[in-house]
Design a protein around this ligand. Structure first.
Ligand SMILES: [Fe+2]
Ligand SMILES: [Fe+2]
Length: 184
């Protein structure tokens, strides 16, 4: 049976798989915009809202707690961890910029398509790079800490609270994303 710590790691990896699918979807909207088509701006807006309420507000803070444990218990595995909070901050800032582009377009303001494509591209690239770093380097270090745990710590308890009401609201609030993902 998996320990709570291992479950947290599985959840973080599953988040990455989901985010990778969402980023592919976002990239497709940039490609169609570049090809001169009208992208579904409401879909882009919904994707960015999802990234803010999930990636920025849940996934990254959860990782910050896990990495804090890594730093505390295994300073020998903590190389480069100081850069993570800034990367999370930067990704959130790029996301905010992209969301303001699309909010402005929906509100009828003149935002150049080239700007939208550049901002989507930067966001997707930065978040993908960050996730690869975590998958290839940081998560395996956390695996190692868990496997060699000599401290009996548990990163899990405070992190595994689920709110069924909020999750149902999410389903309703992100129906466009859900519909776009069907059949993938
Ligand atoms: Fe992260
Ligand atoms: Fe992550």
């Amino acid at each position: 049976m998996k320990s709570t710590n291992q479950l947290i790691l599985s959840e973080l990896r599953e988040d990455h798989r989901n985010m990778a699918i969402i980023l592919n979807l976002l990239e497709e909207t940039a490609e169609s915009t570049e090809a001169g088509e009208d992208p579904d701006f409401l879909l882009i807006e919904e994707i960015m809202r999802y990234m803010m309420v999930y990636a920025d507000a849940v996934h990254h803070p959860k990782e910050d707690l896990v990495y804090a444990e890594l730093r505390k218990h295994r300073p020998d595995l903590a190389d480069g961890l100081d850069d993570v909070p800034e990367e999370h901050w930067l990704i959130a800032a790029l996301g905010t910029r992209l969301r303001s582009d699309v909010d402005a377009i929906i509100a009828g303001a003149a935002v150049r398509r080239e700007q939208l494509v550049v901002d989507i591209d930067q966001y997707v690239r930065r978040l993908r790079e960050h996730m690869h770093w975590e998958e290839d380097d940081l998560f395996p270090r956390v695996d190692k800490m868990i496997a060699e745990d000599a401290h009996g710590f548990n990163v899990g308890d405070t992190l595994r609270i689920k709110d069924p009401v909020f999750e149902q609201q999410i389903e309703f609030a992100f129906r466009r994303v859900m519909a776009s993902l069907k059949g993938r």
